[in-house]
Design a protein around this ligand. Structure first.
Ligand code: AMP
Length: 413
């Protein structure tokens, strides 16, 4: 399959070839012809599958078929959960639409609204927005959604996770009932299905990777490591294996800061991004990471969601997420669009239930290996104290927490 066969215009084909893409990704092959036919689409696709081009290309084509009005009205609304994702979609819309007369802009919270208002007043065709700022500017009378003919909900599952369900409902009341709807989600919970039922009409289902399965070409490795040794293991891995770049996930903002500090102390250029960091800090960190100024980006799930970092070689779960679906999202940052990647998870004994939850979701078992020199005590943190005095007859006191003899064992690859 080639981009030419998908029915895209010469102006788009030129932009695609200038980007260096030769073959459409599976989601693009499946979604583009359906969207061009005006159908509603329910797509199961995570970041890294090429989903953004999968909806932006046909939208650009549809919009470019009508000559621009003198006073442009917003015709496409793309809703996204995070500022970073919104910015990346807009970047994509500008790149793919560079040979077309289509204007797009992006609005999100956490930054001065005035430049956004100025862009809106100039008249635009495609608006990419996070729900909060969209409603805010709408309430101020700075934008109208009455001419919307295409609605995209990107990363819908994450929007629900972040509590945007009510905002989405409010937005639905502001846009015309007759429109084309495209909904993208990495996972399909009951809530997502309900949302989709309420918004889409007779949707075509398209899937990039089967529901709740991890992306192909990601080597997944799990190591059992005690909590207190995780930082040392991380530093050793980065240094010994000469990692060029990695995204490391922590469960908490505080954990992200702490790890980042320790990595910096060890001479590894790092930055932490999470909800407490300013938008400017997050944008700068992402830029520095993309151009290689920093080696490690430490992030919480929400901050990292949807980041477009092509060809990321390593993703590490410093801590496992307590929501199994987040594991799928996290490792979707590596092994992107044809390149292979490695996802390493460090799991302490208290996190074993999370690992079981992930295995259940994926329907496969993930054998946890151990790293020589960092063997786990195999004791839950809370039980170590309780069992302090327990010793088998003949066992030396120093031996009692030694694990079963096992050396370096690369787990499932
Ligand atoms: P996305 O899933 O939209 O975040 O895209 C993931 C990455 O794949 C981005 O860096 C895109 O620029 C890139 N990409 C999208 N489509 C293609 C394609 N057909 N061939 C190669 N790379 C692509």
């Amino acid at each position: 399959m080639s981009f030419q066969n998908l029915g895209l215009s010469d102006a788009l084909l030129k932009a695609i070839s200038e980007k260096g893409y030769t073959t459409p990704s599976p989601i693009q092959t499946k979604a583009i012809p359906e969207i061009l036919q005006g159908k509603d689409v329910l797509a199961s696709a995570q970041t890294g599958t090429g989903k953004t081009a999968g909806f932006i290309l046909p939208i650009l084509q549809i919009l470019s078929q009508n000559p621009p009005q003198k006073k442009r009205a917003i015709k496409t609304l793309v809703l996204t959960p995070t500022r970073e994702l919104a910015a990346q979609i807009e970047e994509n819309a500008k790149e793919y639409g560079k040979h077309l007369d289509i204007r797009s802009t992006v609005i999100f919270g956490g930054v001065n609204q005035n430049p956004q208002i100025r862009a809106l007043r100039n008249g635009i065709d495609i608006l990419i927005a996070t729900p909060g700022r969209l409603l805010d500017l709408h309430n101020q009378g700075e934008l109208s959604l009455k001419q919307i003919s295409i609605l995209v909900l990107d990363e819908a599952d994450r929007m629900l996770d972040m509590g945007f369900a009510r905002d989405i409902k409010r937005i639905m009341d502001l846009i015309p009932a007759k429109r084309q709807n495209l909904l993208f989600s990495a996972t399909f919970s009951k809530e997502i299905k309900e949302l989709a039922n309420g918004i889409l009409s007779n949707p075509v289902m398209v899937e990039a990777t089967p529901e709740n399965t991890t992306a192909e070409k990601v080597n997944q490795t799990v190591y059992r490591v005690d909590k207190g040794l995780k930082t040392a293991v991380t530093i050793k891995m980065i240094q010994d294996e000469n990692w060029t770049q990695a995204l490391i996930f922590t469960r908490t903002k505080h954990g992200a800061n702490k790890l980042c500090e320790k990595l910096e102390k060890a001479g590894i250029k790092s930055s932490a991004i999470h909800g407490n960091k300013s938008q400017n800090h997050r944008t700068k960190s992402l830029e520095d990471f993309k151009c290689g100024k920093i080696k490690i980006l430490v992030a919480t799930d929400i901050a990292a969601r949807g980041l477009d970092i092509p060809l990321l070689p390593h993703v590490m779960n410093f801590e496992l997420p307590n929501v199994p679906e987040d594991y799928v999202h996290r490792i979707g940052r590596t092994g992107r669009a044809g390149a292979s990647g490695e996802a390493v998870s460090l799991v302490d004994i208290d996190e074993m239930p999370y690992l079981r939850g992930i295995e259940k979701l994926l329907g496969e078992s993930m054998n946890a290996g151990v790293i020589t020199g960092f063997e786990p005590t195999n004791e839950p943190t809370k039980n170590i104290e309780k069992k302090k005095n327990f010793r088998r007859p003949g066992q030396h006191a120093n031996d009692r927490r030694k694990p079963a003899a096992k050396t370096f064992n690369k787990a499932k690859r």
